[in-house]
Design a protein around this ligand. Structure first.
Ligand SMILES: Nc1ncnc2c1ncn2[C@@H]1O[C@H](COP(=O)(O)OP(=O)(O)O)[C@@H](O)[C@H]1O
Ligand SMILES: [Mg+2]
Length: 340
């Protein structure tokens, strides 16, 4: 017969916390993962004979005891308290001879992921719902044969605007998932930064002109870097679009390109509404919109900067944000070595 052996080495690689207790429920052995649940406190006292109930507790602990005693296997997801620290676990308890085995699987990350998934689904559904119901409303009105042509045209135009909004949302979601799943196929080449900035500025002309925002590009010379051109383009377009969107009428946006210690820095500065300090750490989260956006009624889905964050990873750029509420913001991208 083959003897089953669990060496300490094997146990040290197992991520689940495993504990065995004797008939008096005193802990007789445990693996390193279990120790990790408590930090150091447990190791210092391990010479002492501690009962499992003195270190671990969870709501159905009594049921688990009874179940294991009667020869069954208790297995349930439950919060577990380890000396006051709460960990989301899958707990399994069963008896083998005189010894009771306790297995604690930390499922915190799994829970976080599950929550994020449902938050995401509800945010996306919400974003889809608004334009869909608007278009739905318009279509039922223009179905009426007696409606005036002018009104009909107006409703058609407004429906197109809503559909474009949906299209942009789908495009952003697809790019985001492509980037998050690392399916983005990068295409590196030498890029003329200044030329790209003028292209981005031109593309946005209808926006800054509509708000009478002045966009100035300030650079003493041409800069060339070897990078993923379309990623850099989208980063710049998103940042410039934000700086215009969150500017006041007649505001000013200044784009500076500098060389600092061999790195190329591009900063986009506006004198717009600014971001509250405590909200800055969150603006790169998908669907996050700071309170300034609802205060000013600026439209958006909170996906732009989430995309920017991922695109920065593609081109190994660093992003710096400086903003003062009511005064304005500076978004800076730091790119690797300049190409000569
Ligand atoms: N230049 C800026 N000035 C002020 N607030 C900004 C600026 N850029 C981004 N923000 C804030 O960060 C949030 C997230 O930006 P983003 O992901 O581009 O989403 P969106 O522009 O669709 O709202 C915005 O809702 C806004 O509150
Ligand atoms: Mg945006």
């Amino acid at each position: 017969m083959v003897k089953k052996v669990m060496t300490d080495k094997i146990l040290s690689f197992i991520e689940e916390g495993i504990v065995t207790t004797n008939e008096d429920f005193v802990i007789i052995s445990f693996n390193p993962a279990f120790e990790k649940f408590f930090s150091v406190a447990f190791s210092k006292t391990k010479s002492k004979k501690e009962k499992i109930i003195e270190v671990v507790s969870f709501p159905k602990m009594n049921t688990a005891f009874e179940f294991a005693e009667s020869g069954g296997v208790f297995s349930e997801e439950s919060p577990v308290y380890f000396r006051g620290k709460r960990v989301e676990c899958k707990v399994t308890v069963f008896k083998e001879g005189n010894v009771t085995n306790w297995i604690f699987e930390d499922i915190t990350n799994f829970k976080i992921l599950e929550d994020a998934k449902s938050d995401f689904v509800s945010a996306v559904s919400h974003e889809f719902m608004t334009p869909l119901s608007v278009v739905d409303g318009f279509l039922s009105i223009i179905r009426d044969p007696d409606i005036a042509k002018k009104l009909r045209d107006d409703y058609i135009d407004r429906s197109i605007v809503q559909l474009k909004r949906l299209e942009k949302l789908v495009d952003q979601l697809l790019s985001l998932s492509e980037l998050e799943m690392k399916k983005y196929v990068p295409n590196f080449s030498t890029v003329n930064i200044l030329q790209m900035l003028f292209e981005v500025k031109d593309e946005m002309a209808y926006r800054w002109k509509a708000k009478s925002v002045k966009v100035r590009i300030d650079s003493s010379k041409d800069f060339f870097i070897y990078t993923e051109g379309s990623a850099l383009y989208r980063i710049l377009a998103n940042l410039l679009s934000n700086s215009i969107k969150y500017s006041h009428k007649n505001g000013e946006v200044t784009i500076k390109v500098m060389n600092e210690k061999g790195k190329v820095k591009i900063s986009i500065e506006d004198n717009g509404i600014g971001i509250k300090e405590e909200e800055i750490p969150r603006i790169f989260e998908r669907f996050y919109r700071a309170s300034n956006s609802s205060e000013t009624g600026a439209k958006g889905m909170g996906l732009g900067l989430a995309l920017v964050k991922h695109l920065c990873e593609v081109i190994e750029a660093k992003m710096e944000v400086y903003s003062r509420y009511t005064l304005g913001s500076i978004f800076t991208i730091v790119l690797s070595q300049e190409r000569r």
